[in-house]
Ligand binder design. Sequence first.
Ligand SMILES: C[S@@+](CC[C@H](N)C(=O)[O-])C[C@H]1O[C@@H](n2cnc3c(N)ncnc32)[C@H](O)[C@@H]1O
Length: 257
Amino acid sequence: MENTDPDIASWNHKARDWHVQVGSEGDRNRQINSDPVLWRFAGEVKGLDVLDAGCGTGYLAIKLARKGANVQAVDFSLAMLEVARKNAADAKVSISFEVDSISELSTVETAAFDLIVSNYVLMDCADLDGAIAQFHRVLRPEGRAVAIFSHPCFDRAEIPEHPEGGPVFHWAESYFGERREESSWGHFTSPFVFYHRPLNRYWKCFHDHGFQVIGFDEPVAQPPYPPDMTPEQIHRTSTRPFSVAFHLVKAKDKSCA
Ligand SMILES: C[S@@+](CC[C@H](N)C(=O)[O-])C[C@H]1O[C@@H](n2cnc3c(N)ncnc32)[C@H](O)[C@@H]1O
């Protein structure tokens, strides 16, 4: 049955294509731009209790489990989780997958995790404050969160006649506003829903919910680049910021965050 929440329905519709996009290794942006930063912030995960918040089809949860973490993974899209469960079974790793919204985490115990990873999810989440309050609740004292999400400062638009072709950086509306948007991308047959917010909104939200920012980055690929990349692709990936990466720690005293 079609989910009546339009955001969940949109992700349910994309589940199979999302697996085509990220596969078992992550797509190229993940592999050469953001995953290196994600693993640098996450550090040694062996033996840690880790929550993958918004796991999609599970490539990251499976990598975490292979590195020895005890992984629970949530996503509000049942169709995504069905693909993720099959991928984990194929990879022969044990992961607890639950249907849950990251802004509710009703399946997750309080103070149950050492680390949360949330990879390209916060810009898709309608209730940012709810999600960050829940992250704070489910982390142990001094637990950490690594949040990667699409860079909010550089809007993209399809301008076919532009010399670079394809999506280029272009502001159609105010950067400083907050709004729900939809945009098409690549091989996907339905638009992506996302929530634009300026960068300072994220930063203040982390602070207001009791986190200290202990690491921040704008992931960019370093040479040597994969041999099949064209000079145009290398130019784009080495000159455009696609994501931001935050490393957060649950502050001992909320007022000190
Ligand atoms: C861009 S995909 C990223 C998936 C995965 N983390 C990855 O890197 O491949 C965003 C995912 O977040 C999920 N999502 C969006 N909002 C959510 C929410 N409020 N609660 C739980 N999952 C959410 C979507 O269903 C989708 O699977």
